[in-house]
Each structure stands twice: as structure tokens, then as C-alpha cells.
Design a protein around this ligand. Structure first.
Ligand code: BGC
Length: 495
């Protein structure tokens, strides 16, 4: 049944359509930016060389530490790689205090992280820790350090396996003095200040960790091509031919690395794809969100795709309708005594969490019961009419579907540009993040969109295997720490 509210919701929803022709334009531009990013520095798509030149095959063994900074939580874990595609993981997780994410200093943040590592070691590896302290007190030079993989999920200009300078913060973090500094050195200094038996052996983006972890747990002949995150932020890492990474020829300073595989993992940093908006869709809600963010003009792809932003796009669209005199969204009427209190999240920037979208999208009940409960729980909106709920569902669906269809752009472009689908019978992709894991049919929409690309089609899409790589960042970081420790040991032997 038509009504001004539903008509307006449909009109706004239409602005989020992302048709096949636009997807194709997006893919062509993505391939252009990929090549540009491999050729030189300072491009919109960073295409960062990671110095990881091999993906694991599942036989790797040993006990490693990993820490993960990049979302709402800081995680510390120890990972025991069993060498048979399996591992066991012990972890602790703590929310990062808001004041440390923005406005503080890098020293405060990294000391906080080192303290969490100390607490973790005391609980889970106290014998090792105490033995180390004793050796220190006795002045012994013999050190038995834990090798630690540092998953740091922000754009970093990597200069070696455990060296890299922060390019910019994303996802609400903003600690200006850290920009341009080597984040591994910052963490190692804080660890040394606390005398912890830990060596920061590897610097890892979460997408690289996801790629490595997926390759470790499900190896087949071809290994994994790509690791992607669709969570608070979005990004991907993939295996590229070394001779295509032209910009490495002109790097002035970087550590030596093993070139024997002829390949290197590239961290695309695709959150910043098309920052100049030549092909990305751009509704007025996208524009307002960007203008009011703490990093306007960057991470433009991420701001249309990832969990941190979808709730805010929805909030702006809902608020627009709510304030529109000619449509009655969340307004009392003869048939509805809906109530929107002043402290409702609808009036506050970032007031809608992305989990709200997943709940609403999942709700197929006739009475839209889950949507009503979510409106009450998340936004304190009481007794919304059925039409209100229907309008919310229309907008949620449009915003979520656009995000998933956009997600197919980098995936499609990488599948096409690496030529993998032509060469191999099966191409493996590891994914992680709340959107792919919990948003209904997110992967389905990605697959539908891949089929629409003429270079992939239904036949090509069938060859793509997408699998969740849980705990990717922890296990992946451990795997890279292992490779780094092995390389170090080999260098020491030569010396
Ligand atoms: C960061 C990436 C990261 C992604 C997913 C983005 O905001 O720039 O480095 O991989 O979020 O966590």
C-alpha cells in the first residue's frame, strides 16, 4: 500500500541503486588505480608492498605472540601452530579507551598496549615471564624472547618486515604525533620500558593476516589469492607478481627480502579507492557524512562500505525523512502514538550502530517485531507504526545492498587483473569482519555482482571460493612473525 512515507523511502532508496554498468565502470577504474599504485607512491590506492613473499602451507610450527590494534578492541593472543593446518589460540580482549584513540599522545597509547601485553603474559605465560625477570636481575645476556606479530590495521608505509611508518589514521583514531613514526619502534620502546620478554618481529595489516591464516588453515595447490576485511573498516591484501611492483625499484631505503618466489603480498588499502570520486556513488548523505568526519576527502570507498559508516548513512537518511514536514516518519498521528525522545540516537552523530542494520535486514516477520525491538533498544523509539518500520527496512536494505555490491568492485578487479580465474580451476578468498559474517546475504550480493562482470560471468564466479577466516589477524600475525624469525636466524648464520 502506498503512503507518503513509503514513497519517500523508496525515492531515497533509489539513490542507493548501484547498477551493473556502474559496477563495471568501478572495476575499470579500480584496475587503473591498482596499476598506478604499483608504479608510484602517493597515489589514492596505496598498494603497499608488505615484504611477505610467501603464503603458508599449513606445516608451520611454534608458539608466537600476536597483538591486534585496529578496531574497537585491542587483542593480545598467543598462538600455538601445530604444523598440521591447526592451531590453538589463547586471547584477551580489551576495549580501547576513547581518550586514547583520539586526542592523546602516541606514548600513552603504546604504553597502554604494552601494559596489556604484560598482563596477558602474567596470566598465561608467567613461568616464562618470571624466568626472564630473573635472568635480567642476574645480568644474564641470554635472552629468550617471544616473537610477536603486530597487527596494526591502518595505512602504513612498510619499509621492512618489522618496520613501517604510519601514513594516516582511519576509523575514528586520531593521534597526530604518531603520523610518520615507525609504529613497530613505538611498540618495542614501550615493551622495553616494561622489561617484557618480547621482540616485535613482524608488522602486519589485518588483511594480510587474514590471507595468511586462510592459507594456513585451508591450503590447496593454489594457496589463497586474497584476504579481505569487511568490518569496522574495509581493505584487502592480495598476492602480486614482484615484477609488476615497479615502485620498489625506486624505493630509497628498505630492508632486504627473499625474492625467490617472484611474488609479494600487496596491502591495497582500498578504503581509499577513488578518493577523488570519479566513479563512486555519492548521495547527499555520503557527502554530509564525509564533511562531518574527522578525515574528510579520504577513505571515500570505506565510508560507503564498512560497518563504521553504514549506520551513520542510515541515520542521516532517517533524520532527513523525520524532519521532512510532508512525510510522517516517526510522527504521532490518529493511528500512531510513536515517541522519539530527545536523547534518541537518531539525533546524534554515529548514533546508529551497524548491528542495527543486520537485525532489521534479518527481520522477515509479518509484524516486523525485531525491527520494533531494535528501534526501541538502539534508538529509544517507542511504538513506531508499521509504516515507519517498513520505511526503515526499505532504507536499510538499499544501504546494505549498495555496500555489498560496491565490495564486489575490488574483488572483481583483483580477480581480473591477476588473471587467476583464467589460470586456475579454483580461486580462494579469505574474508573476515562483522559485515560478511553477520549482515544477511552480504556474500550473496557480492557473488551476484561478480556474475554481472563480463570478464567473470557465471562460470568464473563458480570458481571463486570465499571462506571466513576467523581470528585471521592473530594467527596470520603469528605466521608472519615465524617467517620473520626464520629469516633473522638465517641472516645470523651467514654473519
Ligand atoms: C585501514 C586498513 C584496515 C581496514 C580493516 C581501514 O580503515 O585503513 O589498514 O585493513 O580498515 O580493518
Amino acid at each position: 500500500m502506498s503512503s507518503p512515507v513509503l514513497d519517500e523511502a523508496a525515492r531515497i532508496a533509489q539513490q542507493f541503486d548501484y547498477p551493473a554498468a556502474e559496477v563495471q565502470r568501478g572495476v575499470a577504474e579500480y584496475i587503473r588505480e591498482m596499476e598506478e599504485g604499483l608504479a608510484k607512491e602517493g597515489t589514492t590506492l596505496s598498494q603497499i608492498p608488505t615484504f611477505v613473499t610467501e603464503v603458508p602451507n599449513g606445516t608451520e610450527k611454534g608458539l608466537y605472540l600476536a597483538v591486534d590494534l585496529g578496531g574497537t578492541n585491542f587483542r593480545v593472543c598467543s598462538i600455538d601452530l601445530h604444523g598440521d593446518n591447526t592451531f590453538s589460540l589463547t586471547q584477551s580482549k580489551i576495549m580501547i579507551p576513547r581518550e586514547l584513540m583520539a586526542a592523546g599522545t602516541s606514548k600513552d597509547l603504546f604504553l597502554f598496549l604494552a601494559r596489556q601485553i604484560e598482563a596477558f603474559l602474567r596470566i598465561h605465560h608467567n613461568d616464562h615471564f618470571e624466568a626472564h625477570l630473573l635472568r635480567c636481575r642476574e645480568g644474564s645476556k641470554r635472552e629468550e624472547l617471544f616473537d610477536l606479530g603486530f597487527t596494526f590495521s591502518f595505512p602504513v608505509r612498510q619499509l621492512g618486515i618489522n618496520k613501517g611508518t604510519l601514513i594516516r589514521w582511519t576509523k575514528g583514531f586520531d593521534i597526530p604525533d604518531a603520523v610518520g613514526q615507525d609504529v613497530c619502534a613505538l611498540l618495542q620502546d614501550a615493551i622495553n620500558d616494561l622489561d617484557l620478554p618480547v621482540r616485535v618481529a613482524a608488522l602486519v595489516n589485518d588483511t594480510v593476516g587474514t590471507l595468511m591464516a586462510r592459507s594456513y588453515t585451508s591450503p590447496d595447490e593454489h594457496g589463497t589469492l586474497l584476504g579481505a576485511i569487511f568490518g569496522t573498516g574495509t581493505n584487502g591484501a592480495y598476492v602480486e607478481k614482484l615484477d609488476k611492483i615497479k615502485k620498489m625499484d625506486s624505493f630509497d631505503t628498505y630492508d632486504d627480502y627473499d625474492k625467490s618466489t617472484g611474488e609479494m603480498v600487496i596491502n591495497a588499502e582500498w578504503g581509499s579507492f577513488d578518493n577523488h570520486l570519479s566513479v563512486l556513488p555519492n548521495t547527499k548523505y555520503d557527502q554530509e557524512l564525509d564533511a562531518d568526519s574527522n578525515n574528510p576527502g579520504v577513505q571515500m570507498f570505506e565510508k560507503r562500505v564498512s560497518g563504521m559508516f553504514l549506520g551513520e548513512i542510515l541515520r542521516r537518511a532517517l533524520l532527513d525523512m523525520h524532519r521532512n514536514e510532508s512525510v510522517n516518519l516517526f510522527k504521532p498521528s490518529e493511528t500512531s502514538d510513536v515517541e522519539v525522545p530527545e536523547n534518541s540516537g537518531i539525533y546524534k552523530q554515529w548514533g546508529i550502530d551497524t548491528s542495527f542494520l543486520s537485525i532489521v535486514e534479518k527481520d522477515k516477520s509479518a509484524g516486523r517485531e525485531q525491527t520494533k525491538t531494535a528501534l526501541s533498544d538502539h534508538l529509544r523509539i517507542q511504538r513506531p507504526s508499521d509504516t515507519d518500520c517498513q520505511a526503515v527496512q526499505i532504507l536499510v536494505h538499499a544501504i546494505g545492498k549498495r555496500a555489498a555490491r560496491l565490495s564486489a568492485v575490488p574483488l572483481g578487479a583483483i580477480l581480473i587483473s591477476t588473471g587467476k580465474l583464467k589460470k586456475d580451476e579454483l580461486v580462494d578468498i579469505g574474508v573476515d569482519g562483522s559485515l560478511v559474517e553477520f549482515y544477511p546475504y552480504f556474500e550473496g550480493y557480492i557473488r551476484d555482482t561478480l556474475k554481472e562482470l563480463p570478464e567473470i560471468g557465471a562460470e568464473g564466479e563458480k570458481k571463486v571460493r570465499i571462506g571466513i577466516s576467523k581470528d585471521g589477524s592473530g594467527v596470520g600475525a603469528a605466521l608472519i612473525a615465524l617467517v620473520a624469525a626464520k629469516e633473522d636466524a638465517a641472516k645470523e648464520k651467514v654473519l
